[in-house]
Design a protein around this ligand. Structure first.
Ligand SMILES: Cc1cc2nc3c(=O)[nH]c(=O)nc-3n(C[C@H](O)[C@H](O)[C@H](O)COP(=O)(O)OP(=O)(O)OC[C@H]3O[C@@H](n4cnc5c(N)ncnc54)[C@H](O)[C@@H]3O)c2cc1C
Length: 492
């Protein structure tokens, strides 16, 4: 028991919501420190997005040797960019290695967590009607667990099959079918090349073309895997090389966006080398600065779009009929299935989950003018509540796993402080949160995400509450220690 006698009335010292990369990282660190915890997971297995996104071609777009935990290196990744199944297996392996399963309650969707001011505990309620109490509440609910569906006129009349890429229906036989794909984002550019050779006809509806750079994915040979396994220094060097190579991009994204025009030239060359038809090329050329929306990596998307059975449609959908889609060009295209590659819902709110802090204030309402936290981790008015992957901790240029580890390190520091000071509760000072976010949003002004495009990164007021506006190494430095003057510590 880490919190000793001051913590005697809750069922658990820590309650973690979610068992994706974030929840598992937190759980492993707590297990190593001997702190009791429970993980509540709405799904029937661990893995988060790597459990849910089982579409053909699903893979990471950051090299696997960086898209994995620093403390649990996998030496035998089979490719530079591992597939969904390999990443999911990696997470399942860690769950077993650290014997986490007994601490995870599956099919336990948290509907509400209320801070009980009298007992200074979190009351956590699940949709099943069960409740539990914990001294510390940690959210690891992720940003990308709620698929976004497009509002298409007449969709309710459609008689064919429909599904979202994050809920792929492998029971539906695509062979020989006429398929419409809506959206050309990160998921679509991975599954379109996989399904294009199977289907009779693929109508690809694009709203905005993404900038795409070459991925250069390739298998990792056995001799190289052996080097990773037997020469730890080699693995570390490769990880550093990948990390710093990607980190350099933050300079353009967050400091000097005009430099991205050079990177844009390479992306344009990639397009020109892959697509010969000038009309198609023009349709695939973005009209915003590279980086303003997520930059995608692919070697096979452009070749797929040039196939004779693939049609790129850029002028929108007028209506969906029983067995067809009518474009704004007036053309009716018969289709058997519609696949939504439309990504995920606005990440700026905490989902239907309600977190009620001091004075009964729901975090979603505290965030009505835009989500904000301190280092994306703590929020004033929400004592002993921590987030892993909270507001402004996303990155477009490097691995999210790196950012998560930094946040988990910070949370562990906070838990140590609670123990050392023999206090039961720590709470962020409101002026620390205000100061931090003023500076953060000022820094945001000079980033590429503010260069004029409308992106998923921005909330409805145009505020970027998603991304970290600097280098990830800067975030890492800021999460090394806890500024105790920014917190109020209260004895129970
Ligand atoms: C297809 C895809 C590819 C990606 N590729 C990359 C990549 O290459 N590099 C990169 O850095 N990032 C990538 N990402 C981003 C990815 O989201 C993060 O890297 C990371 O996996 C997120 O982990 P997480 O634990 O924060 O969230 P998630 O993986 O979303 O896990 C959250 C978990 O919380 C559970 N949960 C949510 N709400 C509740 C509730 N109310 N009660 C109980 N449980 C709940 C969910 O079921 C889920 O299991 C990708 C995302 C997707 C969708």
């Amino acid at each position: 028991m880490v919190f000793n006698s001051i913590m005697n009335s809750a069922e658990f010292e820590v309650c973690i919501i979610g068992s994706g990369f974030a929840g598992l990282c937190m759980a492993i660190h707590l297990r190593r420190r001997g702190i009791s915890f429970v993980v509540l997971e709405q799904g029937s297995d661990i893995g988060g997005v790597w459990r849910d996104n089982i579409y053909p071609g699903c893979a990471c777009d950051v090299p696997s040797h960086l898209y994995s935990f620093s403390f649990a290196a996998k030496t035998n990744w089979s490719r530079t960019y591992a597939s969904q199944s390999e990443i999911w297996d990696y997470l399942k392996g860690l769950t077993d290695q650290y014997r986490l399963r007994p601490a995870i309650r599956f099919n336990s969707k948290v509907s509400e967590a209320v801070f009980d001011e009298t007992n200074q505990l979190w009351d956590v309620r699940m949709q099943t009607g069960e409740t539990l109490t914990a001294h510390v509440l940690i959210s690891g609910i992720g940003l990308l667990s709620r698929p976004a569906y497009p509002k298409l006129p007449g969709l309710e009349r459609f008689q064919g099959h429909t599904f979202h890429s994050a809920r792929w229906d492998h029971g539906f036989e695509l062979q020989g079918k006429r398929v419409a794909v809506i959206g050309t984002g990160a998921s679509a550019i991975q599954f379109v090349p996989q399904i294009a050779p199977q289907v009779a006809q693929l109508h690809l509806f694009q709203r905005t073309p993404p900038w795409i750079v070459s991925r250069n994915d390739h298998p990792i040979g056995v001799w190289k895997q052996a080097l990773f396994r037997w020469v730890p220094g080699y693995r570390r060097i490769i990880r550093y090389v990948i990390y710093w190579g990607l980190e350099l991009r933050a300079f353009g994204f967050t400091r000097k966006p005009h430099l991205l025009k050079h990177a844009q030239k390479w992306a344009r060359q990639h397009l020109e080398a892959s697509v010969a038809d000038p009309t198609l090329r023009a349709q695939l050329t973005p009209n915003y600065l590279l980086g303003c929306k997520r930059v995608l990596v692919s070697d096979d998307y452009y070749p797929a779009v040039t196939r004779s059975n693939v049609e790129l449609i850029t002028n929108g959908i007028a209506e969906v009929r029983e067995h067809s889609i009518v474009g704004l060009d007036g053309k009716e295209r018969p289709v058997d299935a519609i696949i939504y590659g439309t990504g995920f819902r606005d990440p700026s709110l905490l989902t239907p989950l309600r977190i009620i802090g001091r004075n009964g204030i729901d975090l979603n309402s505290a965030w009505r003018n835009g989500a904000e936290a301190y280092l994306g981790i703590t929020v004033s008015g929400y004592p002993n509540f921590f987030m892993v992957v909270g507001p402004n901790t996303g990155v477009g240029h490097t691995s999210m796993v790196f950012m998560m580890e930094a946040q988990v390190h910070y949370v562990m520091k906070c838990l140590t402080l609670l123990r050392e000071r023999a206090t039961g509760v720590m709470e962020l000072q409101s002026d620390a949160q205000a100061r931090f976010n003023r500076k953060l949003q000022k820094q945001m002004e000079r980033t590429v995400w503010k260069s004029g495009c409308r992106s998923w990164y921005l909330d409805e007021n145009g505020k970027n509450v998603t991304l970290w506006p600097g280098f990830s190494c800067d975030f890492w430095i800021k999460t090394r220690r806890v500024e105790t003057r920014d917190y109020i510590f209260t004895k129970i």
